[in-house]
Design a protein around this ligand. Structure first.
Ligand SMILES: [Zn+2]
Length: 280
């Protein structure tokens, strides 16, 4: 019989390894020694006279003041990290004075940028349809653990604070009333977030799925995301069913038929190839 093995992810690949196998850790002595040898040039650079001289020059130029927050600073930092741009390591144009706090923030942002997810075969699902047709429920049932979900109603409720009521009360009727009573001034802010989000998902594909939940289809999406893998979905729930759900949720239905007709008209006008789906 062969020895027992276990499945491990090593360097991003799944491999069967002996059960006693350990991956290399940061504390592994041999590994650290090798890394230090490779980093020797990098470490010794900060001990050179050339660096000390340049550093003093930059501190003088910046009046030992953090260029980001204006407080006293004594860290001379590479704007483009020296590891990424070794040639420019002594160029004062690439150096700035920072305080400890701003330096920590910058380092953290750089770390996040470097360690951010790899490119994925990201699919964008635009879920449109009548109010209370079950859009959020559909997404909740189909999303994976590495998805981005933009839900207009939820984001608004989060920004206007009504989500706080939902999280802090057990009165379900109060929840339903607060969550859909939107503050008109909030719309601009939700819109800004939406537009920034679109710009970013257009530029990078780090999610498995992006879900955009909205009532009326956004015309701009057809051209803006044309290069991406976009799928248009609509919940196959009848108008009558939506109205009765809205009644059960104690929500105002004065404009509901108008909104639903707008949805139909827009889908027609945009000539969208739309897939009808059911919540279940
Ligand atoms: Zn600072």
């Amino acid at each position: 019989m062969s020895k027992p093995k276990k499945l491990m992810v090593i360097n991003g690949r799944r491999q069967l390894v002996p059960i006693v196998y350990h991956t290399r850790t940061e504390t592994d002595k041999a590994y650290n020694q090798k890394r230090n040898r490779e980093n020797k040039e990098y470490v010794s650079f900060y001990k050179t006279t050339a660096w000390r001289h340049t550093r003093e020059q930059v501190l003088l130029r910046d009046y030992s003041t953090c260029v980001r927050c204006g407080l006293e600073g004594n860290i001379v930092d590479h704007i483009v990290p020296s590891e990424d741009d070794w040639e420019d390591r002594l160029n004062t144009d690439n150096l700035e004075t920072l305080c400890q706090r701003c330096h920590n923030l910058k380092t953290r942002r750089e770390w996040i940028k470097k360690n951010k997810g790899r490119e994925r075969a990201m699919k964008i699902h635009v879920v449109v349809g009548y109010p209370a047709s079950g859009k959020s429920t559909y997404v909740a049932r189909h999303m994976t653990s590495h998805d981005l979900v933009y839900d207009y109603d939820l984001l608004t409720s989060s920004l206007d604070g009504s989500m706080l009521n939902v999280l802090n009360t057990n009165d379900s009727k109060a929840n339903d009333l607060t969550i859909h009573k939107h503050n008109i001034d909030m719309n601009d802010y939700v819109q800004i977030i939406y537009e920034m989000l679109l710009r970013k998902i257009k530029a990078e594909k780090t999610f498995n799925n992006v879900w955009l939940i909205m009532t009326k289809p956004d015309e701009r999406l057809t051209t803006l995301l044309s290069s991406n893998d976009v799928e248009w979905l609509m919940l196959d729930t009848s108008k009558e069913e939506c109205i009765s759900r809205l009644h059960r949720l104690h929500r105002d239905t004065t404009d509901s038929y108008k909104i639903m007709n707008d949805v139909d008209r827009l889908i027609d006008e945009l000539d969208l190839e739309i897939k009808k789906v059911k919540t279940n």
